[in-house]
Each structure stands twice: as structure tokens, then as C-alpha cells.
Design a protein around this ligand. Structure first.
Ligand code: ATP
Ligand code: MG
Length: 234
């Protein structure tokens, strides 16, 4: 479904992502692991069209390498950035409606999709009229993921959904993600929390210093002896 070939991304003189190649098949959840600064977010932003990159990104066989973020979204790839920003003055419901903006000309569809999302996630239903800025961190994370789903993506890019959340809430977020997967969406997940990601994903890539240092089945990566070393960058 998604194929990234020899991706290179530079910030000025510094190359943050070096010859990264990876693939995600339809229906999979694949995680991208690695230490702070190893290039995970940069890779994701380049796939989403938010950073200029060299190399090739294809989605269902179509070259999307130099498309704008909005064009990439319209092709069916939505991203949830690690910054977890809700429109805090707006209600949960209004946030969801904005997530469906690419279908904005169709009011009926917007209403239908919002209801469907609220049916799927009771926690959001209960708080649909609550101002989003007053939600807890875990609730906000669920809202931004649900909001991204409102564009009905085929592929969802999730950047560190468990960042800064208590362990019990992290479990809750993964239940939420697994429920989403049951709707058929394919997921590329960036995580610092390697244990949780490897427990839930099918395959993994580990980045170190901008490169793919290791790849394989999630169970295989979880059992590998050098995972810690890769995180420490040694
Ligand atoms: N806008 C920027 N300008 C210059 N350098 C940047 C910029 N954004 C990121 N970098 C650098 O690029 C490298 C990769 O950063 P990136 O954010 O992709 O890492 P990451 O793996 O997502 O890290 P983290 O786990 O901390 O989120 C880092 O060395 C970082 O300092
Ligand atoms: Mg990051």
C-alpha cells in the first residue's frame, strides 16, 4: 500500500533522514521505533507531504513524493502529529466536524460521519459538547485520532500517541487504536514506547541516526538483543 524508497530529508546542511526505505501493506500496523532524534517524525512528515524530500513515496502504486499535505490527505493518508493539538475553544463534536473538512461541501455526510465516530467511541459521545481544551491528555489524544479518521483515510500515520501519558491511559489508547483497526484502516505508528508498540504491531523498523538500523516481525524485534543498544545509539 505504502512504499517509501531511499527517502532523504535535510534540514539545511544536516541530513536527518538517510536512504530510508520501508513498506506498509494494506491492513497492517507497522511501527517505526528509535531513540530521540533518530528521524522518525521527519520520516512521517515527509510521507505526509509536509517536508521536502528526495527519493520516492508511492501509495497504491501512485507517486505521491512531491504532493502537498492536502493532496496527500485527499489520496487517503492522514497524520496525527506528536503535538496533539485540539482546537481547544471548540467542542469535541466541532473538532470532529473540522476533521472531515475535505468533505465539507456535503453536510449530510459530515453529520453522518460525526455520528458514526461518536457511536464508535463512547468516551467522545459522552463529551461531545465539552470544550476540547478541558479534556484530559488521554481524551485529547483519542479526539485527535478520531478527528484524523474523519477524513476517512486508508492509511493513518500516528506520531507517538502515548507520549506523556500514564501507563494505564497508554493501555486505553492502544485499545482505542485496535478498535480503529477493526474498521479496516492501515496504520504506520511512531513510538518511543517500544514494548507497547511491538505488542500491538505486526512488523517494525528501528531507526538510528537517520537510517533504518533494523527491521522485522514485531516479535522478532522485541526478542532481539541489540534493541537497547540501538536506542542508546551505540
Ligand atoms: N525543523 C528542524 N530544523 C532543523 N533540524 C531539525 C528540525 N526538526 C528536526 N530536526 C533534527 O532532525 C533530527 C531528527 O528529528 P526527528 O524529530 O525526526 O526525530 P524523532 O525520531 O522524531 O525524535 P523524537 O523521538 O524525539 O520525537 C534531529 O537531530 C533533530 O534535531
Ligand atoms: Mg518525533
Amino acid at each position: 500500500m505504502l512504499k517509501v524508497e531511499n527517502l532523504n530529508v535535510r534540514y539545511g546542511a544536516v541530513t536527518a533522514v538517510k536512504d530510508v526505505s520501508l513498506e506498509v501493506s494494506e491492513g497492517e500496523m507497522v511501527c517505526l521505533l528509535g531513540a530521540n532524534g533518530s528521524g522518525k517524525t521527519t520520516t512521517m512528515l515527509a510521507i505526509a507531504g509536509a517536508l521536502k524530500a528526495s527519493g520516492r513515496v508511492t501509495f497504491n502504486g501512485e507517486d505521491i513524493t512531491s504532493l502537498s499535505p492536502e493532496r496527500v490527505l485527499r489520496k487517503g493518508i492522514a497524520m496525527v502529529p506528536e503535538t496533539r493539538e485540539v482546537f481547544s475553544d471548540l467542542t469535541v463534536r466541532e473538532n470532529l466536524i473540522l476533521g472531515g473538512f475535505i468533505h465539507r461541501r456535503n453536510r449530510k455526510k459530515s453529520h453522518h460521519d460525526t455520528e458514526q465516530m461518536l457511536d464508535l467511541f463512547q468516551v467522545l459521545r459522552e463529551r461531545q459538547n465539552q470544550q476540547s481544551g478541558t479534556l484530559s491528555g488521554g481524551e485529547q489524544q483519542q479526539l485527535v485520532i478520531a478527528r484524523a479518521m474523519m477524513s476517512q483515510p486508508k492509511l493513518l500515520l500516528l506520531d507517538e500517541p502515548s507520549l506523556g501519558l500514564a501507563p494505564a491511559i497508554v493501555h486505553h489508547i492502544y485499545d482505542f487504536i485496535n478498535k480503529l483497526r477493526s474498521t479496516g484502516v492501515t496504520i504506520l505508528l511512531v513510538e518511543q514506547n517500544a514494548n507497547m508498540a511491538l505488542k500491538n504491531a505486526e512488523r517494525a523498523y528501528v531507526m538510528a541516526l537517520g537510517k533504518i538500523a533494523k527491521k522485522g516481525a514485531a516479535a522478532e524485534i522485541a526478542a532481539s538483543s541489540d534493541l537497547e543498544a540501538l536506542y542508546l545509539g551505540v
